[in-house]
Design a protein around this ligand. Structure first.
Ligand code: IMP
Length: 195
């Protein structure tokens, strides 16, 4: 496979780190910093699919470089899918992970159905054409925080079939099963089908 050069349309350093580990060879990944891009990227739609597309399109239109965005979130069944598209700023602005987690745990107090899923929609803009790849993983919300690896809601999410939260797992283990890993697997298949 020829090397694929992609600009990652995200300012989230943790996402960049995970994506880098998941796409190690065959892809040359550029960050916004690498290309001197510092505009604020809009996220103003009310869906994860819409925001993913909006971010990739905005960066592509400004740079002309093939790019990849990641919009993701935590959807809790008993909370009708919240925090969902509001995951990054569930407790208000500026975004604060620890306050977001506190809000989720408070809202989940006394709720016995702890089922949730992480979902990510990645949008690839390649030569102006748009493609989306989805990844999801089901699991359960804990009653307390466990672990300090990862980011976001990782300390309160135990993936189905496992006994540890994402934040208690090593990156290499989260990266085998995560929503992000699944979406990127589809992206890799997309490129290998093309070659
Ligand atoms: P956005 O995609 O930048 O709108 O933000 C997604 C938010 O969802 C992040 O700020 C995290 O709070 C949460 N999130 C997305 N993926 C993960 C993950 O892999 N672990 C924990 N939290 C995540």
């Amino acid at each position: 496979m020829k090397v694929v050069k992609l600009l990652l349309a995200t300012n989230n350093a943790k996402k960049v780190e995970e994506i880098r580990k998941l796409l190690p060879s065959g892809f040359e990944l550029l960050t916004l910093k690498d290309v001197g891009f510092s505009d604020e990227i809009p996220e103003t739609t009310n869906t994860i699919v819409g925001n993913s597309r909006q971010k990739a399109r905005f960066v592509y239109d400004k740079t002309g470089i093939n790019c990849l965005s990641d919009d993701s979130g935590l959807e809790i069944i008993a909370l009708n899918g919240r925090p969902g598209v509001d995951s990054a700023h569930y407790a208000g602005l500026p975004p604060d992970n620890s306050k977001n987690i506190d809000r989720v745990l408070l809202e989940m107090n006394d709720i016995s159905d702890r089922t949730a899923r992480f979902v990510t929609i990645m949008t690839l803009i390649l030569n102006g054409n748009e493609y989306q790849f989805e990844g999801e993983i089901y699991g359960a919300i804990t009653v307390n925080l466990f672990g300090s690896n990862g980011f976001g809601y990782d300390p309160i999410f135990i993936p189905e079939g496992h006994a540890k939260t994402f934040a208690e797992m090593e990156a290499v283990d989260k990266n085998q099963i995560s929503h992000r890993a699944k979406a990127l697997q589809k992206l890799k298949e997309f490129f290998s089908d093309m070659s």
